[in-house]
Write a protein that binds this ligand. Structure first.
Ligand code: CUO
Length: 671
């Protein structure tokens, strides 16, 4: 763990690092000797760490060990980027390990973990290694402080880890039912949802000194699309809970109605994550210690310039040259401008809009560091999605992207059609029922012992309650009336049928609520053909076991690096006890036109490509992300029914929520 000496690493396989004396910090010298004596007699795996000349770490060491690291802060990103460079430039894995071991006891633990993870993901000789599960190293970012204390207690009180009882996460602990927003606790505070978001930002860093780490195929567009999909999914959950769509936070002078009290303690900072009270107003942030200064005025200026660029159809680079925001590349450029990533063509003109929004909100309780408080949960990618304001902020960000998309010409019929291919029927089936899906609650365990400081060894489980659904399968009947075999790209989306007033939706509204469920390639010989596909094969999700790692299965599961991906248990919205009507949409487009010729070989990490892309490869679809719903509908197709061409089909699907919990074994009472 972060604050433990490195040689006590409790990696599940009992690995012990044999560290050169010169690497051990003074603080741990005494203890080191003791442990080494003990270890040499134990049968644990001993890794000999090579002693090398350590590169200069003074830049990343500027951030204190117990300070809070934030990716949204430029000064912190610079330190991270320095450390990433050190890690990626080490000539061999042995030397990387050596410098990592040295850095681990000296650099801020979250900064260290972030930089090492990015380096491991991008070094050709380490990218197939397994990254330790982030939630297990920093459990404090995913569970409340009471639970953390109980887990420590359990590991001290019960010596044998097999006899330890899981510590149960209380359901709905952050607020009472008086807070309407709290109905969405299961989405905002879900372990898998937050892990996905952290991993996404790990795969797509905002900056790094090695440009190739940032400059990935369509990363700006993917920033827009992945976050747009989060908002679409969130809105479906809101509807399931009888709530209106999320209101964008577009008036920065307005108080934020929604407060949030995380009830989490940061282990690294040994402080509670600060809350935000109801009706907090943003103020200019000025925190010299973090070289951070941003005003509401800056934000307004950047916003106006970005809107102006969208309306003019071009942006200006630093040489005042025009870069046209065209139909296909425009969204990618805007993504990098609005986020803003290092790929922005002009950071002076367009600023750092989205990141600074996170910062202004995260420090709204102490904008000038008067009270010496750290950032709230909005200050970090692993915790931001817990806060209701995350969705209001990103709904606003999404509005900016949609402003650009609305200016593009709608897809005409011939761009949507697939000649000779007809979708004859579609249906989903789950538990023997047709076009009816069911959600319920489920309990699952995660081992959090790696992240607990100075506790006896062995597993300590945290037990979470989360949303789950019965698996389902799609059956799609297609007809290929040509003489030749055709290749289709099947695109499956789901959106609510009625709006929050219970009225049928115009496609212009409904398209923004379309949630991608799957996308895959099919071969269609001439004639009729039935395609079946399971919900667990989805191109947006990672398997359940990668979120809630089943300890028995741990060894079978390879490629943990593909940690990015929407959690399978959150694939479909919750629905309502009485059933909620959704529209399932299937389109089969011409794969010959959509196919992307890949230059790099398959890395074997191809899950969740729709939201995460493919590692080292091009985004596997030539169409714009969100196609065919990313632009306004053509004239005459105001409702979904009229939008359909013969290669599309829609069907009503009812999602029913059963308010029951599928429990793991009952626990004996703690005494
Ligand atoms: Cu993912 Cu705002 O970008 O949190």
């Amino acid at each position: 763990h972060p604050t433990e000496p490195v040689f006590m690493d409790k990696g599940g396989n009992g690995t012990v690092f044999d560290v050169p004396d010169s690497y051990v910090t003074d603080r741990y010298n005494q203890m080191c000797k003791k442990v080494q004596r003990r270890v040499s007699s134990a049968s644990e795996k001993n890794v000999l760490v090579k002693e090398i000349a350590i590169p200069d770490l003074s830049c990343p060491m500027r951030l204190g060990r117990s300070e809070q690291f934030s990716l949204f802060l430029t000064s912190h990103r610079k330190m991270a980027s320095h450390l990433i460079e050190i890690f990626t430039k080490m000539p061999t894995v042995d030397e990387l390990q050596s410098v990592a071991v040295y850095a681990r006891d000296r650099v801020n633990p979250v900064l260290f973990n972030y930089a090492l993870s990015v380096a491991l993901l991008h070094r050709p000789d380490t990218k197939d290694l397994e990254l330790p599960a982030f939630a297990q190293i920093f459990p404090d970012r995913f569970i409340d402080s009471q639970m953390l204390r109980s887990m420590r207690e359990e590991s001290f009180v019960v010596e044998r880890s097999a006899a330890r009882l899981p510590v149960v996460s209380s359901v709905k602990y952050t607020a009472s039912d008086l807070d309407v927003e709290h109905r969405l606790w299961y989405f905002r505070e879900d372990l898998g949802v937050n892990l996905h978001h952290w991993h996404w930002h790990l795969v797509y860093p905002i900056e790094a000194s090695d440009r190739s780490i940032v400059d990935k195929d369509r990363r700006g567009e993917l920033f827009y699309y992945m976050h747009q999909q989060i908002i679409a999914r969130y809105n479906a959950e809101r509807l399931s809970n009888h709530m209106a769509r999320v209101q964008p936070f577009n008036n920065l002078d307005e108080p934020i109605a929604e407060g949030y009290f995380p009830k989490m303690d940061s282990l690294v900072a040994s402080r509670a994550y600060p809350p935000r009270f109801d009706h907090t107003r943003l103020s200019d942030v000025d925190r010299p210690k973090d070289q951070l200064r941003v005003g509401i005025d800056d934000m307004k200026r950047w916003r106006e310039r970005i809107y102006e660029a969208i309306h003019q159809g071009y942006v200006l680079d630093t040489n005042n040259e025009k870069i046209v925001l065209d139909d296909s590349k425009g969204i990618d450029i805007l993504g990098n401008i609005i986020e803003a990533s290092d790929l922005t063509p002009n950071s002076t003109l367009y600023g750092d809009f989205h990141n600074m929004g996170h910062i202004l909100i995260a420090y709204s309780h102490d904008p000038t560091n008067k009270h010496l408080e750290y950032a709230g949960v909005m200050g970090d990618a692993s915790t931001a999605m817990r806060d209701p304001i995350f969705y209001k902020w990103h709904a606003f960000i999404d509005n900016m992207f949609q402003e650009h998309k609305r200016l593009l010409s709608p897809y005409e019929k011939q761009e949507l059609c697939f000649p000779d291919v007809r979708v004859e029927s579609i249906q989903v089936e789950s538990q023997g029922q047709v076009n009816k899906l069911t959600t319920f609650w489920q309990e699952s365990d995660v081992d959090m012992s790696r992240g607990l400081d100075f506790v006896p060894r062995g597993h300590v489980l945290a037990r979470f309650t989360h949303l789950q659904h019965h698996a389902f399968s799609y059956t799609i009947k297609v007809e290929n009336s040509s003489e030749a075999t055709r290749y289709g790209y099947v695109r499956i989306f789901l959106a609510p049928k009625l709006d929050d007033r219970n009225a049928p939706m115009l496609l212009e509204q409904q398209r923004l609520m379309m949630v991608e469920l799957d996308k895959f390639v099919v071969t269609m010989p001439p004639g009729s053909h039935t395609i079946t596909r399971n919900s667990t094969e989805s191109s947006v999700t990672i398997p359940f076991e990668r979120t809630f790692r089943n300890l028995d299965k741990l060894e079978e599961l390879q490629n943990f690096l593909c940690g990015c991906g929407w959690p399978q248990h959150m694939l479909i919205p919750k629905g309502r006890p009485e059933g909620l009507r959704f529209e399932l949409f299937v389109m089969v487009s011409n794969y010959e036109e959509d196919k992307v010729e890949q230059t790099a070989a398959d890395c074997g990490c191809s899950i969740a490509a729709s939201y995460c892309g493919l590692r080292d490869r091009l985004y596997p679809d030539r169409k714009s992300m969100g196609f065919p719903f990313d632009r306004k509908p053509r004239r005459g197709s105001e409702i979904l029914e009229n939008f359909l061409t013969p290669n599309m089909r829609a069907v009503e699907v009812i999602i029913t929520h059963e308010d029951r919990t599928e429990k793991l074994r009952e626990l004996p009472a703690r005494s």
